[in-house]
Design a binder for this molecule. Structure first.
Ligand code: BG6
Length: 375
């Protein structure tokens, strides 16, 4: 019988298990020479991967948000187009599947009925399938052509946290592996990326050490009735999941939105009562990241004129953000496509502490279940 290990809730325990979940998921896929990704547990050949023209990802809830981040990773590194679909939509819209297409089913439990239905639709059409799953030998892991496991350990809390971080890691590993076998990246880049991946657990631990800062912000905002979460690029799926976490455990209505789109409508919602969480991290070694950051900083300053309730997630040492808003949570730097695994942690903690302040059953939110076994 799992236990809370001294934590008040499984959700908090599982957030604190994220550094270990990452290590356990990443390390078996790094060649001993630390300059190559290996996928020893995937019975799909490099030649089959090289022949791919397109990838489809099907998933539900938090797993689909991981898939959306995976789209940015795979398209950026392997230059393969990726479509991401809600499992409950995909299975019932007679999807178009072309030759040389891979379908990835992402599922923590491996039992979600909608995702299983989507996978069975794909297999009926003869397409190649891989399951990214956290439960070994679960139904979806068994029925896919191959399983690429996350090793996050059992996730008890209904809100998915450590499994999400591990899913992001597996998607990054897959993106890098595809880039490697398709000769899209040089050895140096792979070596540098592996070193950055292996440095992530320590960086997440550093964020967890600042947990009290997040709890303080939760105290300040736990009575709000709505939240808006904003992020650009690969940070957009992160804010989608930050909003979902808050909805799931605190019952506060929250919406994740692309930062650049806020002027096309959601801006009408912004006033002194609406807390706006904005991910404003950046990778100084990535020109596109810096361009997105500059635009995000301008958005943040603009929103600040309408709402004093801006909560920024930014990188340590970013004085621009410190000057721009009173509420900020600072996280360590990392390459752009790895930042989601760090910046989601304060958002998970924010949802957790707000739910606790509201006196709710954090691990078993009303109306929800860990795996939805009916379509
Ligand atoms: C929901 C869970 O029921 O199912 C979410 O509350 C989860 O946390 C979603 O993301 C999908 O579940 P799975 O197991 O397919 O990842």
């Amino acid at each position: 019988m799992p236990d809370k290990g001294g934590f008040p809730h499984y959700m908090l325990k599982e957030i604190h298990e994220e550094p270990e979940a990452l290590r356990a998921t990443v390390e078996p896929r790094i060649a001993p020479s630390r300059d190559r990704i290996i996928l020893p547990d995937v019975e799909i050949s490099a030649a089959q991967f090289r022949a791919l023209q397109r990838i489809k990802i099907v998933a539900s809830g938090t797993s689909r948000h991981a898939g959306l981040a995976g789209k940015y990773m795979i398209e950026a590194l392997a230059e393969l187009p990726v479509d991401v679909d809600h499992s409950s939509e995909f299975a019932y819209r007679r999807p178009l599947l072309e030759r040389n297409e891979l379908v990835i089913a992402i599922t923590q439990s491996g039992e979600t009925a909608d995702t299983l239905a989507a996978l069975r639709e794909v297999k009926a059409r003869g397409a190649l399938s891989v399951a990214i799953c956290n439960v070994v030998q679960s139904t979806i892991a068994r029925e896919a052509d191959a399983a690429l496991y996350t090793y996050a350990g059992p996730e008890i809390s209904i809100a998915s946290t450590k499994a999400f971080v591990a899913q992001l890691a597996v998607l990054y590993l897959l993106a890098l592996y595809l880039a490697q076998v398709c000769d899209k990246v040089k050895n140096d880049f792979v070596r540098h990326s592996i070193a950055a991946l292996l440095a992530l657990p320590e960086k997440i631990s550093a964020v967890l050490k600042r947990e009290a800062d997040v709890a303080g912000i939760a105290d300040r905002f736990h009575t709000a009735s709505d939240f808006l979460f904003l992020g650009r690029g690969v940070h957009y799926p992160v804010v989608l999941d930050g909003a979902l976490k808050l909805k799931e455990v605190s019952y506060i209505h929250a919406e994740g939105y692309p930062t650049g789109e806020v002027k096309h409508g959601p801006q009408a919602l912004i006033d002194e009562t609406l807390p706006v969480v904005i991910v404003a991290t950046r990778d100084p070694n990535d020109a596109d990241s810096m361009l997105r950051y500059e635009k995000t900083l301008a958005n943040l300053k603009d929103i600040r004129k309408r709402s004093g309730q801006v909560i920024a997630i930014a990188n340590t040492g970013d004085d621009e953000i410190r000057r721009a808003t009173e509420h900020a949570i600072f996280v360590p730097n990392a390459p752009e496509l790895l930042l989601p695994m760090i910046e989601i942690v304060p958002l998970q903690l924010l949802a957790y502490y707000i739910a606790v302040r509201r006196g709710l059953d954090v691990d078993r939110p009303r109306n929800l279940s860990k795996a939805v076994l009916q379509e």
